[in-house]
Design a protein around this ligand. Structure first.
Ligand code: SF4
Length: 195
C-alpha cells in the first residue's frame, strides 16, 4: 500500500522560524503592482542564487567544510548548491595554499566559468601566500585571476567566510548590468591577458 503523502506538515511560516526572506528591491508599490528597474531585479536574483565552486587545496578548505555544515549552513544565504563544473558556477572560492604550478590551473578554471563570475580569496595563503614566502608558492591568486573579495585569517573562521560571501552578495546586488561591457572591466581583463 502506498504511503500517504503529507504536504505542509509544518504549519509555521518561515518568519516564525526567524528565517529572513529576500528583501524587496527599491521601487514603487501601489495597489496590485510593484515597479522597479530591471537591474535591481537581476541583482536580487543573482545574489540569492550563487553557485560557488570551492577550489580547496589545504587547511582553509577544511574550514569551508565547517561553513557548509549544519552549524553555520551557508545554504541560508542562497549558496548551498556547490558545483565542481566551472561552466555551471559563478563564484570561484579559492581556499588554501596555491603553488606556482597550480596557478595556471586556477586560471583555467576561472576562464571556463561563464560571465558574470566572481572570485573570493579565502585565507592568507590564497590572498597573499600567507606564511609561505617561498620560491614555490604563488604570493596571492590575484597574480593570475582578478579577485573581488579577500577574506583574512589563517584560517578564517566560518563567520569570516560567511562575511566574505555577504560582501560578494553586496557587490552582485549593486553591480550595474552594463559593468562587464564597460571600458574599466575590459581594462581589468586586459591586465590579466583575458579577452
Ligand atoms: S591561510 Fe593558514 S589555514 Fe589557510 S591554507 Fe594557508 S596556512 Fe592553511
Amino acid at each position: 500500500m502506498a504511503r500517504p503523502v503529507r504536504f505542509n506538515i509544518n504549519t509555521k511560516s518561515t518568519a516564525d522560524w526567524g528565517i529572513n526572506q529576500a528583501s524587496m528591491p527599491e521601487g514603487h508599490m501601489g495597489e496590485g503592482f510593484f515597479a522597479t528597474s530591471f537591474d535591481k531585479v537581476v541583482g536580487l536574483a543573482r545574489k540569492n542564487s550563487i553557485w560557488p565552486l570551492p577550489f580547496a587545496t589545504s587547511c582553509c578548505g577544511i574550514e569551508f567544510m565547517a561553513t557548509m555544515a549544519s552549524t553555520y549552513d551557508l545554504g541560508r544565504f542562497g549558496a548551498e548548491r556547490l558545483g565542481f563544473t566551472p561552466r555551471q558556477c559563478d563564484l570561484l572560492m579559492v581556499m588554501g595554499t596555491i603553488a606556482k604550478k597550480m596557478g595556471p590551473v586556477v586560471r583555467q578554471v576561472y576562464l571556463q566559468m561563464a560571465e558574470p563570475r566572481w572570485v573570493i580569496a579565502v585565507g592568507a595563503c590564497a590572498s597573499s601566500g600567507g606564511i609561505f614566502d617561498s620560491y614555490s608558492v604563488l604570493q596571492g591568486i590575484d597574480q593570475v585571476v582578478p579577485v573581488d573579495v579577500y577574506v583574512p585569517g589563517c584560517p578564517p573562521r566560518p563567520e569570516a567566510i560567511i562575511d566574505g560571501v555577504l560582501r560578494i552578495q553586496d557587490l552582485i546586488h549593486n553591480e550595474p548590468l552594463r559593468r562587464r561591457n564597460g571600458p574599466q572591466y575590459k581594462a581589468l581583463m586586459d591586465s590579466y591577458g583575458i579577452e
